[in-house]
Design a binder for this molecule. Structure first.
Ligand SMILES: NC(=O)c1ccc[n+]([C@@H]2O[C@H](COP(=O)([O-])OP(=O)(O)OC[C@H]3O[C@@H](n4cnc5c(N)ncnc54)[C@H](OP(=O)(O)O)[C@@H]3O)[C@@H](O)[C@H]2O)c1
Length: 261
């Protein structure tokens, strides 16, 4: 992979993993179009990068704003789309406000799919192009306390697999990279403490960014990050009852923390 030849639209650039990805890509000389909602955070990030970068502040759930972003991508002849924007909500499903369920599906699924769809003509017109979707371990393992997030990332995983197969006779590569828990603002102190109590390891955003770039370089179509998470993803696919029993033992702890969330 010649990163210095890539022109990349990165959503979620103002977030923890997005920022680490922007820095890693810029260090390799890639040209970036950064997308997020906060103009000040995007400008600060662009100022920090070793190469000039463009940015657009857009709410991806807004159809017109998304269209303007696609226009900017066309002007820069973008050949890689990294879908890193996402929202999460920790708490028991029966206590999750309905609008929070809607927001999660609207961004993690609908807006992500529709941005990808709008970008496809541009990507297909390139000699070679890439779509990289940031999923989650929870896209492959239904986990108590994250029911709608798991639903949204499972949808993204299924979408990535289907689109990859649909584009198999083109030069557009589709990658799905699923991080485990990562130390970003997405997880508040309650979630960090819960992870510590359950013994769930957390990666740094820089580790995740490196792993995403490696997955693309190695043409890994679907990659799950972390050990033993990778093992549990396999176990859950083959013998879900084993994972049911392991998570049943964690349930009281998760319920206790969900009460504080
Ligand atoms: N952190 C983890 O534990 C973890 C684990 C596995 C997978 N992931 C996935 O990795 C990706 C990045 O997560 P992160 O930890 O970096 O999250 P983060 O720090 O909370 O950043 C989220 C990003 O999404 C953007 N965003 C949120 N709503 C948006 C909207 N309506 N329109 C446009 N942009 C919007 C935010 O922009 P503003 O800041 O401008 O609002 C921000 O740039 C997500 O897809 C997440 O699901 C995270």
């Amino acid at each position: 992979m010649h990163w210095s030849e890539r022109r990349i639209l990165l959503t979620g650039a103002s977030g923890g993993i997005g920022r680490a990805l922007a820095l890693a890509l810029a260090r390799r000389g890639a040209r970036l179009l950064l997308a997020g909602r906060k103009p000040t955070a995007l400008q600060a990030l662009a100022d920090e990068l070793p190469v000039p970068a463009e940015w657009r502040a857009v709410d991806l759930c807004d159809t017109d704003a998304r269209q303007r972003l696609v226009e900017a991508a066309r002007e820069l002849d973008i050949d890689m789309l990294i879908n890193a924007a996402g929202v999460n909500h920790f708490g028991l499903f029966d206590a999750q406000p309905p609008e929070s369920v809607s927001e999660m599906i609207a961004l993690n699924v609908t807006a992500t799919l529709q941005l990808t769809q709008a970008m496809l003509p541009l990507l297909k017109a390139d000699d070679e192009a890439w779509i990289v979707n940031l999923g989650s371990t929870f896209g492959a393992i239904g986990y108590p306390g994250y029911a709608s997030y798991c639903a949204s990332k499972a949808a993204l995983r299924g979408f990535s697999q289907a689109l990859r197969r649909e584009l198999a006779d083109t030069r557009v590569h589709v990658h799905y990279v699923a991080p485990r828990a990562t130390r970003t603002a997405m997880n508040d102190v309650t979630v960090d403490t819960l992870n510590a109590e359950l013994g769930n390891a957390m990666d740094s955003p820089e580790q995740v960014a490196d792993a995403v770039l490696r997955a693309v370089e190695q043409r890994a179509v679907e990659r799950h990050l972390g050990w033993p998470e990778r093992l549990f993803v396999r176990l859950n696919a083959v013998v879900p009852g084993v994972v049911d029993r392991a998570l049943r033992r964690q349930l009281a702890t998760i319920q206790r923390f969900a009460g504080r969330a």
